[in-house]
Design a protein around this ligand. Structure first.
Ligand code: FE
Length: 234
């Protein structure tokens, strides 16, 4: 049997995985699957959905960086890298970043550390490709707590992008969500102090605190229209 609850007990970090296209365009996305897999030589891997533009860029460049996201990362940053496509927008255009010796970008804002990996092995694991290789650069960017996947879900109330490894379509509608943390409960209490309505994006989880959304409303995080918002009572 497969008990889906077992998957929720796995722990992860959250990372911006970046690479560049042959024309030099910088691309990136969010993944929870970056990890060190060997110490001598130090090697790392990441698993990315085959449909991601970043996956295509890594196949062509043979390189990627992983920026370890800080707990203080904003939902806007996560929205841009996690829910938008690099085909539609220049994700690094408005994001502070630097490049490594191979001109692959990594974040310098909302970022704890960065790693540069040269891909030596690519393994087809079905929906995703697993990229493995030696770590060629590692830098501390800022002494901040790292963002964990559970903090993202429980405190920031973030959703899982459909192309993520851990996405299970049923989960987002299920009532089996983990109990809110004390921090999330505090936020909840503050909101409840003044009862009102708001609109929640069904794609990325962004909440707009207004009574009515205009017809031409576009989600500032993931770019979908008003029809993808649901009215919620606070
Ligand atoms: Fe959205």
């Amino acid at each position: 049997m497969i008990d889906r609850k077992a998957f929720h007990t796995l722990t992860y970090g959250l990372f911006v995985i970046a690479s560049k296209m042959p024309d030099g365009r910088k691309v990136g996305c969010i993944a929870n699957t970056f990890q060190q897999v060997a110490s001598d030589p130090a090697q790392a891997c990441v698993s990315l959905n085959k449909q991601n533009t970043t996956t295509d860029a890594i196949l062509k460049s043979g390189r990627f960086t992983a920026s370890v996201l800080a707990q203080s990362s904003t939902m806007e940053l996560i929205g841009v890298f996690g829910f938008r496509s690099s085909l539609e927008i220049d994700k690094f255009g408005e994001t502070e970043h630097a490049t490594d010796a191979s001109e692959i970008p990594h974040l310098t804002e909302s970022c704890v550390a960065s790693f540069s990996v040269r891909v030596e092995q690519t393994v087809d694991v079905g929906s995703h490709l697993l990229f493995i290789g030696p770590i060629e650069e590692a830098h501390m960017i800022d002494q901040l707590p790292s963002l964990t996947y559970s903090y993202y879900h429980e405190v920031l109330r973030g959703k899982t992008p459909p192309k993520a490894v851990s996405y299970q379509a049923d989960d987002e509608q299920s009532s089996a969500a983990p109990a809110p943390s004390p921090e999330a409960e505090k936020v909840e209490e503050l909101i409840k102090a003044e009862p009102k309505y708001a609109w929640r994006c069904k794609v990325c989880g962004y909440i707009e605190y207004v009574e009515e959304l205009p017809d031409d409303y576009i989600c500032p995080i993931c770019g979908v229209g008003k029809d993808m918002f649901e009215r919620i009572e606070l």
